[in-house]
Design a protein around this ligand. Structure first.
Ligand SMILES: Cc1ncc(COP(=O)(O)O)c(C=O)c1O
Length: 444
């Protein structure tokens, strides 16, 4: 018996250098649990922690509610449009920030009333505008052209519509260039510095069908510093004061957009909602002190609510060694998680059940593109074919950006709430892949 114990101890010590430093948990999931989900539902698989989403929503809302008297929180559906996740956030108390007819219809279908939906695309079609007007959705206008299109629609429908304008304050959000939206070269919003925004509100005042409700400014995404948020507050407040002074307009809401980042790498300190809320609330109250009225503060985060709740679990197909690189070939790729390719984004990776020797690996996707590398130079235990790997913090702009490129099936999605796992999107099938395609008779 003693010999056996000794042998076990020696074996454990030998295995230690490999195991040491390798986490056995990811967020609230144990790696065994994630492996069980992978075997139950197949891979690639998005797994979401519903309790975490809810907790983050409440944390965010209470931080802002403590810092400013009137607050309304929207969820930016684009971050993750799965019905169950949007519904979970609606139940928690979120309103819906939407970018397309599809997102508006998802929100309406889930029971969001029109007055809790904000439509913010920078390029809206007449059909989309008409649908928004018919359903009492607030239209957030992006340009003079957008405004004229809406005026044409409401004059035709003879129907009132609540509106706001998205302004561009020209603020550097200190984030990746593809997700910096509020600088003067971006396609978004009406430039504040050129007074075009005053002209836009003036023009809106002339149309009796438009009810001016607010102002909006979303400067970018994955923002990890306080200063750009504060600069946005200052510039939007200036605009709000000018609207009152020059046009006599009192707004119901000031929408400062989303953009709060999450730490994707170990050792990066988060910017907490409490820190942002305290400073934004304080500054807003100071900036608006002489305004004579108090607008509601609106925020519309996406990533903060869902980003770190989601994990993409994939299966290892093979491990490939060349004289130059070592690759772990997985059964997913940028078709399911495009952030590394699109934003040079970093996602932490775990080998969920591998115990092999540690090595420096690139995680290579199965898409036929050189750029399909999901992670580079990661120190990981060498997996065996059939082992599972997890890409962390994939809940935002992961599944919602997935595509059927190379005719791979879109991944299944699972939501875990109160310890119970439920399928919230089934894996695509061959029929799904070819649905809507028409094979011409003459080519059969
Ligand atoms: C207009 C608008 N609002 C809100 C968001 C949500 O941003 P985030 O997910 O960074 O909070 C976005 C994202 O790009 C956006 O474009």
């Amino acid at each position: 018996m003693r010999t056996l114990t000794l042998v076990t101890t020696i074996l454990a010590l030998v295995a230690l250098p490999v195991k040491a430093g390798q986490p056995t948990r990811t967020g609230r999931f144990s790696h065994d649990q994630l492996v069980r989900y992978a075997e139950k539902y197949g891979t690639p698989l998005y797994v979401y922690d519903g309790d975490l989403i809810e907790m983050k929503f409440h944390r965010f809302r209470s931080a802002f509610a403590a810092a400013y008297p009137k607050v309304k929180i929207y969820y930016a559906l684009k971050a993750n449009t799965n019905l169950s996740i949007v519904a979970l956030l609606r139940k928690a108390g979120a309103a819906a920030e939407c970018i397309s007819l599809g997102e508006i219809r998802i929100a309406l279908g889930l029971g969001f009333p029109g007055q809790d939906i904000l439509f913010t695309s920078s390029s809206k079609s007449p059909d989309e505008l008409a649908f928004a007007v018919e359903n009492g959705v607030t239209v957030n206008l992006d340009s003079m052209g957008d405004l004229e299109n809406l005026i044409a629609v409401v004059e035709r429908l003879q129907k009132k519509v609540p509106i706001s304008f998205r302004i561009n304050p020209d603020v550097d959000p200190k984030t990746h260039r593809h997700i910096a939206t509020g600088h003067k070269f971006s396609k978004f919003g009406i430039l504040i510095a050129h007074d075009e925004f005053i002209a836009a509100y003036r023009r809106a005042l002339q149309c009796p069908w438009l009810e001016i409700k607010g102002i909006q400014s979303h400067i970018g995404s994955q923002i990890m510093q306080l200063e750009p948020f504060i600069r946005n507050v200052e510039l939007v407040s200036l605009a709000v004061r000018r609207l009152k002074k020059e046009l006599g307009i009192e707004l119901e809401f000031i929408d400062l957009g989303g953009g709060l980042g999450i730490p994707y790498q170990d050792g990066v300190a988060p910017l907490t909602p409490r820190t942002v809320a305290a400073e934004v609330g304080r500054r807003l109250k100071t900036e608006l002190a002489d305004l004579g009225y108090l607008p509601t503060l609106v925020l519309e985060p996406g990533r903060y609510f869902v980003g770190d709740s989601g994990i993409l679990v994939a299966r290892v197909n093979s491990v490939k060694h060349t004289p130059y690189r070592h690759f772990i070939n997985v059964n997913t790729g940028f078709n399911h998680l495009i952030r590394p390719l699109l934003y040079e984004a970093y996602h932490r990776v775990r080998v969920l059940n591998g115990t092999g020797k540690l090595g420096l690996f690139d995680l290579a996707g199965n898409i036929c593109e050189t750029g399909d590398i999901l992670a580079q130079d990661r120190l990981l235990p060498t997996p065996r074919p059939g082992d599972y790997v997890a890409f962390l913090d994939a809940g935002a702009y992961g599944a919602s950006m997935a595509s059927p490129y190379n005719s791979f099936f879109m991944p299944a999605e699972v939501l875990v709430r109160h310890g119970r796992d439920s399928l919230i999107r089934s894996r695509q099938t061959m029929d799904d892949l070819t649905r809507n395609q028409i094979l011409l008779d003459e080519l059969r």
